[in-house]
Write a protein that binds this ligand. Structure first.
Ligand code: B12
Ligand code: SF4
Length: 377
């Protein structure tokens, strides 16, 4: 069975100015499919290669896929829906499948707007995709689909959503296949080196009100530091990766495991640099360990500072203070680690004055980079 994975040609600027980023869902879901015995898998990165619809249609037609897998986060949903429509125009018999954060929550809207989508994978993709594709390969998906957990589809014009699939118990069972990516394309511009986005942990034990991610992965899990360092070593040795950012929400919550991971990376002396997203509270807790983190190659930390008003931090259920935010930025900078701060803008109480105040505060904290995210109810 020929499987085609497509990253839609959607661009939002933002972090894309730092380089060309690889899609992580491809090695993780593609790796699970290969481990399950599906060998004919191709990936087209229409985003990174700016592949327009005409060229994409030619490529799809040439490959004649039986199944097409396409991802979607919220801003790219229309491009993702249009990409699967293109698939149906060129190869009407191919099964069109969509996964990712947006359709996981909004499957009703997606199936309403894009009835050509055959299946939506809701949540963590590896196990659900294998189960669904086994049924498709056997030609039994239409009979079996109501028993496949974690999917949604249209039946007689009505949306059917099966119960959620349980989270993967042991993340050490993941088998990412990084060879699905065309590595020459993925360059992190500031260091002029190849970049990867591996997954050490999934989920978050916190419950910030604006955040989609803790609900998405449901249970916090992390891989063993040694097994994860093995993967980094393979990325360096097999694919010449020089920089990675963790795809994780909260990699540092378990301090002893994170310290063990840093020690593994130091012992292996891979010459790799890396970045993470994490919480202000973890940076304050780990003040004494920051030199060790830096020695392990950690050069960039993006902090969920979120707001410049305590009222909003409380509203978000963030469990931090404005003074904590400022101190975390300072600690990172003192340890030679680039400090990026993230803000959520556009709450109902936002005014031009509060925007100005947030801007001034970010400057006062002397953050190296500031990221402005729009709150979307
Ligand atoms: C790395 C990353 C990026 C990279 C993307 C690289 C790339 N080519 O994909 C960069 C830095 C470029 C980036 C940019 C942006 N990002 Co970003 N990014 C992330 C981050 C940190 C990790 C994503 C990741 O790789 N995760 C690991 C993989 C394994 O997980 P996954 O992608 O969710 O895939 C799993 C499942 O969802 C599912 N799955 C996913 N797709 C599919 C498809 C199919 C067919 C199947 C079966 C399954 C499946 O299976 C996978 C394995 O379980 C997440 C936060 C996070 N922790 O997830 C934000 C996140 C995805 N980004 C987000 C946003 C908003 C953006 C930007 C729009 C920001 C901006 N304003 O510019 C841009 C969009 C750029 C673009 N053109 O798409 C949001 C999306 C929120 C939403 N509601 O949709 C997130 C969730 C962060 C957040 N909490 O706000 N991002
Ligand atoms: S700490 Fe970060 S990942 Fe966790 S719930 Fe809050 S915003 Fe989401």
């Amino acid at each position: 069975m020929r499987i085609l994975m497509i990253q839609p040609n959607y661009h939002s600027g933002g972090a894309e100015i730092a380089g060309n980023w690889p899609s992580s869902w491809v090695p993780y879901v593609g790796g699970a499919l290969k481990t399950a015995g599906f060998t004919e898998i191709r990936f087209i990165d229409a985003m990174c290669n700016y592949i327009g619809d005409v060229e994409l249609a030619i490529e799809i037609k040439k490959y004649q896929p039986d199944v097409v897998l396409c991802t979607a986060i919220t801003p790219m949903i229309y491009k993702s829906q249009a990409t699967l429509k293109l698939v149906k125009t060129v190869c009407p018999e191919a099964k069109a499948i969509m996964g990712g954060v947006h359709p996981t929550y909004m499957y009703r809207e997606v199936l309403g707007e894009a009835p050509w989508v055959d299946y939506i994978i809701r949540g963590e993709g590896e196990e659900i995709t294998v189960n669904l594709l086994k049924a498709i390969a056997n030609g039994t998906d239409e009979q079996e689909r109501r028993n496949i957990l974690g999917i949604a589809f249209l039946e007689d014009g009505k949306v059917v959503a099966t119960p959620a699939h349980p989270p993967i118990k042991d993340l050490n069972t993941l088998t990412p296949d990084w060879s699905l990516l065309d590595w020459d394309k993925y360059i992190y511009t500031p260091l002029n080196t190849r970049v990867a986005v591996p997954n050490y942990s999934r989920g978050c034990p916190f419950r910030c009100r604006f955040c989609s991610q803790w609900k998405f992965w449901r249970k916090y899990r992390s891989r063993s530091p040694k097994q994860f360092a093995d993967e980094i070593e393979r990325l360096v040795k097999d694919h010449n990766v020089g920089f990675f950012i963790l795809a994780d929400e909260e990699p540092t919550i378990n301090k002893s495991r994170f310290v063990a991971l840093c020690n593994e990376l130091i012992d292996r002396n891979l010459g790799i640099h890396w970045g993470i997203n994490t919480r202000v509270t973890d940076i304050l807790r780990d003040e004494k360990e920051l030199p060790l983190y830096h020695k392990a190659g950690l050069v960039h930390v993006s902090l969920g500072t979120e707001a410049s008003a305590q009222l909003n931090l409380n509203l978000f259920r963030k469990e931090t203070t404005i003074a904590d935010n400022k101190r975390a930025v300072q600690l990172l900078r003192d340890n030679g680690i680039l400090a990026e701060v993230q803000f959520i803008m556009g709450l109902p109480n936002e005014t031009p004055e509060t925007i100005e105040e947030t801007y001034r505060m970010a400057r006062d904290w002397k953050a190296d980079m500031t990221n402005w995210n729009m709150y979307t109810p």
